[in-house]
Design a protein around this ligand. Structure first.
Ligand SMILES: Nc1nc2c(c(=O)[nH]1)N[C@H]1C(S)=C(S)[C@@H](COP(=O)(O)OP(=O)(O)OC[C@H]3O[C@@H](n4cnc5c(=O)[nH]c(N)nc54)[C@H](O)[C@@H]3O)O[C@H]1N2
Ligand SMILES: Nc1nc2c(c(=O)[nH]1)N[C@H]1C(S)=C(S)[C@@H](COP(=O)(O)OP(=O)(O)OC[C@H]3O[C@@H](n4cnc5c(=O)[nH]c(N)nc54)[C@H](O)[C@@H]3O)O[C@H]1N2
Ligand code: SF4
Ligand SMILES: [Mo]
Length: 692
């Protein structure tokens, strides 16, 4: 007799509820859980790959150690002992800075690494702490910290009640939504239109999301800060800045008015390519809508002015009174709340050794990781611990990092794949898969368009000689601390249970276990000024650090187009990709080659390129070759390449991914070009040349 198991898919931020039918340890089917109050039965094709990950013969099931370039399976104790003793030895010889850490994206999709990952950082005491945050959402954290007093107080678009949705640099129809956990996004967007609302999209490419939008505007990559400033300018000059009840606890409107005066719609037109009259209309329509919300994601946070962009998006929502109200930008009230007390000063407490880039939230920008490994001198990184990541494919100038990693004295990776990064490790510690682990989404419930809660026990018991991520962390910490005696494991449920009990809804694991489809906790609720964590519980519309960054933006106005690299490169996501690590499953990679460079048909004609032709793309940093897709769905002068490909490198071990290797966009992206304020990588508007 087959049985049914319910859980959340943890592959992307949408946290869809899934129903898994299984019998005798075999998965028969994976479908959407119609009774999940949040996702209502929706899933995407990636959910099916949960089975493929579990069954994948290329997935590591036991620790491996590299001996003369060959991988050999070893026992767990030997692996832990060796990893910890090598790290301690290197730290004793060169100091704390010599051991660096990189934590990748799946860390935040994993209950164990989320609740137990910090202990490893504490035990290592290193200033060289890196993560995927600085190639992703760092500007959101920065703006939230500066304006609301906590990096995790990120406003979420209340799209279920919005009447006007202005989207910049996000493609939720491919990504399924980000910092806007919203399963079944297509129906949620269609519902906006169904109730007479409007969706406006600003994107250098006419994306999948453009198909559901009422309006799409091409924009020159990297210029959104000008557009947003001009919109703020229009709101002030036309008397549309009316924060309403927010005024009672908002400071800095005068300063913002003053510092936005220079950026007229005409100035913004010259930079963005969007007509001044259209910019004025965008601002007026936004202000006039019943409930409007402005939202900007990866395309905005991974550009040179990512911090300014996220600041101004918040400002536009606040100035028009569309903040902390239904249908606007709102804070969540998750059952397990990450936002409790103010974190105080979390910026610039230390700097990176080589380039002097500032720390934020205890991390340094990952764009500096390779140079910290390569540059000799005191404080040089000699050893690296990675978990859940593949920075060789996912961080700027990955080619340089690839070389840097081979110069390390020691590297240990916590990962179940030998990928382009972990192939450099001396030891790999593979955790059990998600289906063998329990799950509660502490992160994405904090960024969701609705408050819900769900706990899922493991589908299958892990084998006795497998380890969970959190056990791997605890084994390493135990040894790094030189603790005596046997290790007593503390499962993440301990912290989870406490957090739920102290949370707003007083939930418990027992209550959640009774509700396998999840519990609906309702729509987002207004909560200000109470939830603010700034010293006086007031919103700061004009934080000094952000205002000061304006000089850098103004200097940009004088910037000339590069004759050597005339094209502007941006990224893209496809529904069946998941960053760098889901290319080893036939269900997801079948069909036409997706790793192509998209180019506008008029540009292709000038260069004499035909669809499918292999072209060379070069930047200051490197050159790659890949086929081109000629299309009118991308603006002139802009080209687009997806990230996460480039599996042809030596050493990685994933048979199917190897047959769909593609090329890595991050062999072109530049580690020296970043948002200097926040330290986030600037993947949008990388200057490139295209040749046949
Ligand atoms: N040019 C360009 N580059 C980009 C982006 C872009 O838009 N353009 N996007 C950036 C963004 S937003 C992100 S988040 C990063 C992602 O970049 P990374 O976080 O560095 O890489 P991933 O591709 O997510 O790699 C995930 C690795 O984690 C492993 N893994 C999966 N689940 C688990 C688990 O439960 N436990 C453990 N221990 N390991 C696991 C997988 O096997 C895989 O090896 O890429 C960034 N890079
Ligand atoms: N299928 C799939 N889903 C995913 C992922 C995946 O790899 N595959 N990754 C997950 C992760 S880690 C993340 S962080 C989220 C990201 O979620 P999204 O932010 O929705 O990601 P993208 O689909 O890359 O959309 C970014 C959009 O920004 C546009 N853009 C690029 N540069 C600019 C610019 O300068 N200005 C403007 N206005 N737009 C610009 C691009 O054309 C693109 O359409 O997706 C998550 N979901
Ligand atoms: S959208 Fe797809 S990958 Fe994301 S949680 Fe849902 S089923 Fe999983
Ligand atoms: Mo991401």
């Amino acid at each position: 007799m087959s049985e049914k198991h319910y859980r959340n898919c943890n592959l992307c931020e949408a946290i869809c509820g899934i129903e898994i039918e299984h019998e005798n340890g075999r998965i028969l089917s994976i479908t959407g859980d119609k009774l999940d109050p949040f996702s209502r039965g929706h899933i995407c094709p990636k959910a099916l790959a949960l089975r493929d990950i579990y069954e994948d013969p290329d997935r590591l099931r036991a620790p491996v150690r590299k001996v003369n370039g060959e991988w050999r399976e070893i026992g767990w104790d030997e692996a832990f002992d060796e990893a910890a003793s090598r790290l301690l030895e290197i730290r004793a010889k060169y100091g704390n800075a010599a051991v660096a850490v990189y934590q990748g994206n799946p860390s935040v999709h994993n209950l164990g690494t989320m609740l137990n990952g910090r202990e490893l950082l504490k035990a290592l005491r290193t200033p060289n702490n890196f993560s995927a945050t600085s190639v992703d959402q760092l500007p959101h954290h920065f703006a939230s910290w500066a304006m609301f007093g906590h990096p995790f107080l990120i406003p979420i678009p209340d799209i279920d009640r919005a009447q006007h949705f202005l989207i910049l640099g996000a493609n939720p129809l491919a990504s399924n939504g980000s910092l806007m956990t919203s399963p079944d996004i297509i129906n949620r967007l269609n519902a906006i239109k169904g109730r007479g609302g409007k969706i406006v999209l600003i994107d250098p490419r006419k994306t999948e999301t453009a198909r559901v939008a009422d309006e799409h505007h091409f924009i020159r990559p990297g210029t959104d800060a000008f557009l947003l400033f001009a919109m703020v300018n229009v709101l002030f000059t036309e008397g549309l800045a009316e924060p309403g009840r927010l005024s009672a606890f908002t400071d800095g409107a005068d300063v913002l008015k003053e510092v936005s005066a220079w950026c007229t719609p005409e100035i913004a037109e010259a930079r963005t390519g969007i007509a001044a009259t259209e910019i004025v209309r965008l601002a007026r329509e936004f202000a006039a809508a019943d409930a409007a919300v402005c939202y900007g994601r990866i395309g905005l946070s991974t550009q040179r002015f990512g911090g300014i962009c996220q600041w101004l998006i918040n400002a536009i929502n606040i100035l028009t009174g569309n903040f902390d109200r239904p249908g606007g930008a709102m804070f969540t009230a998750p059952a397990f709340d990450l936002v409790r007390a103010s974190k105080g000063e979390i910026h610039g407490r230390w700097k990176s050794r080589v380039r002097g880039l500032p720390e934020f939230m205890g991390e340094l920008p990952v764009a500096a990781m390779a140079e910290e490994i390569m540059m000799p001198g005191e404080g040089q990184v000699r050893a690296l611990v990675t978990s859940c990541g593949n920075p060789v494919l996912s961080t700027p100038n990955g080619g340089q990092l690839d070389k840097a990693l081979s110069g390390l004295e020691f590297m240990v990776s916590i990962d179940f794949y030998i990928n382009e990064t972990t192939s450099h490790a001396d030891i790999i510690l593979p955790p059990a898969t998600n289906l063998e682990s329990s799950h509660y989404d502490v992160i994405f419930n904090s960024f969701a368009v609705r408050n819900t809660a769900k706990y899922s026990p493991p589908l299958f018991a892990k084998s006795d000689d497998a380890r969970y991520d959190w056990q791997i962390f605890q084994e390493l910490v135990h040894r790094l601390k030189g603790a005596n005696g046997d290790l007593e494991f503390e499962p993440p449920e301990a912290k989870l249970g406490l957090g739920l009990a102290f949370g707003k809804y007083g939930l418990s694991l027992e209550k959640l276990l009774d509700e396998p489809h999840g519990i609906d906790l309702g729509e987002l609720q207004p909560c200000l000024p109470g939830r603010l964590l700034t010293p006086e519980k007031r919103i700061n519309l004009a934080p000094e650090l952000l205002v000061a960054d304006l000089d850098r933006l103004k200097a940009e106005m004088a910037a000339e187009d590069s004759a050597e690299f005339p094209f502007s490169l941006i990224g893209r996501r496809h529904l069946r990709d998941c960053n760098s690590w889901m290319h080893n499953f036939e269900v997801l990679v079948k069909g036409p080659d997706r790793c192509t460079v998209m180019i506008n048909d008029a540009d292709a004609a000038v260069l004499g390129l035909s669809n499918g032709q292999v072209v060379e793309v070069s930047s200051r940093v490197g050159t790659i070759e890949l086929p081109c897709t000629v299309t009118d769905a991308i603006g002139r002068g802009t080209v687009s390449i997806p990230h996460g490909y480039g599996h042809g490198r030596q050493g990685s071990r994933a048979a199917i991914a190897g047959q769909h290797s593609g090329a890595s966009i991050n062999d072109l992206t530049d580690e020296l070009v970043l948002d200097e304020l926040t330290g986030n990588a600037a993947f949008s508007n990388v200057r490139v040349r295209i040749s046949a």
